[in-house]
Design a binder for this molecule. Sequence first.
Ligand code: PMT
Length: 403
Amino acid sequence: MQRLTNRQILLGITGGIAAYKSAELTRQLRAAGAEVRIVMTPAATEFITPLTLQALSGNPVHLHLLDAEAEAGMGHIELAKWADLVLIAPASADFMARLANGQGNDLLTTLCLATEAPICLAPAMNQAMWRDSATQLNAAKLTERGVKLFGPGVGEQACGDNGPGRMLEPVELAQLTAEQFDTGLLTGKTVYITAGPTREPLDPVRYISNHSSGKMGYALAESAVDAGARVKLISGPVNLAAPARLQRVMVQTAEEMLAASLDGLDDCDIFIASAAVADYRPTAVAEQKIKKGAEEIMELHLVKNPDIVATVANQADKPFTVGFAAETRDVIEYARSKLDRKNLDMIVANDVSRSEIGFNSDENAVTVVSRQAEIELPQTSKRQLAGQLIRLIAEQYRQRSGR
Ligand code: PMT
C-alpha cells in the first residue's frame, strides 16, 4: 500500500447500492497516503451524500459538468490532468455503457475522455445485468481500450440474487489500486529537507541573511516526492511557491529552523540540509529601529547559532543525514572535514565561488562526498541534479539500513 503515498486518485462514484462502500474506500486510500478527489454522478447522490465524502476525502466533491464555481477553481480539465489514476467504484451498467460508447454527457464521463491517467472500474450491479450480453460487450470494449476492471466479485447481492456483480470490498480495491503504481526509490520513507536562507533580525526592519534562493532545496523536495517519499520541506524566506504533495513549514531564523527540524524527527528516515543557515545572529534584537549615530564605525555583537544538521546527526536514533558544504576554496577538503565534524553520512560539496552555479542560479554542479566514495555530478539544472542526488541518497540509505 506504500505505493499510494503522494498519489492523486480521482474516485468516481456512480449510482448503485454499493456507493455506501465508497466512504470506506476513500478512508482506505487516504490512510495509504493518497490524496483523493471525488466526482459523483447525480444518481450516486441518491445513495450517499456528497457531504459525507467531502468530510472523508478532505476535498470538495465535484458534481456538475457546467459548474461555474468549480470551473473557476478546479474545473473538469484540471481534474482530468490532476489525476494519477481514475478509479470508478461502484461503476454501474449504465456508466459502463456510456463510457464504452465514448459519451461525455456528465462530469465523470467527460473526465474519463479528457484524462491521460489510467482508468479502473469496479463494476457493481445485479448478476443478470452483469451477465447481459450488452454489458459483457461494453466490458470487453473497455478492456480492449486499456480500462482495467477490478472484479466484480461473486456472492449474495442486495436484491437477494446470488452471482457475479458484487463490488469488491474497499480493502481489495485499495490494494488493486496500489498495485497499479511502481514502487519509487523512497516509497514509504519520510524525508525532511531544509532549504533557503535564514534571516537573523537586528531590529524590526533589518536582518542578516545570504543569497540562497531555495531553488536547490525545493528541487530536492520535488525529486523526493517523485521518488515516493513523504516530504517535510523546512523553508527559510524565499520567493518560491510550495511544491505540490508535500508539507511546507516556513521559518525565518536558524532557531526556528532547528525547532521545525526536531519536530517529529523520530519519524524521519532521511534528513537533507541544503539550507544556508546563518552561522551567527545578533546577541540582541533592538525593539525599535536602530538610529544612525555620529560614530563612523558601528560594532555588532553576534552569538553562534545552533548547528541544525549537526544536532540532527547527533541524535541517538539519527536519520540518514546529508549536509551541503558551500565553499569558495579547498571545496572537497572542507566538505570532508564537515562530514566528520558534524557526524554526517554524506555531504554535497558545492563550489559557490562560481556565479553560474551555487547560490541563486538555476544550475549547479557538485561533488558528493561520503566515507566510501567521491562522485562528481557535472553542471546541469538544479531539477536534474536533484534527481541524481536523490538517487544516490536513496542507494546509500538502503545500503546503510540494509533495506
Ligand atoms: O538556495 P540556492 O540559491 O538554490 O543555493 C543552493 C545552496 C548554494 C545554498 C546549496 O547548494 C548549499 O550549498 N547549501 C549549504 C549552504 C551552507 O550554509 O553551507 P555551510 O557549509 O555553511 O554549512 C554546512 C552544512 O551545515 C549545510 O548542510 C548547512 O545547511 C548546515 N548548517 C550550517 C550552519 C548551521 N547553523 N546549521 C546547519 O544546519
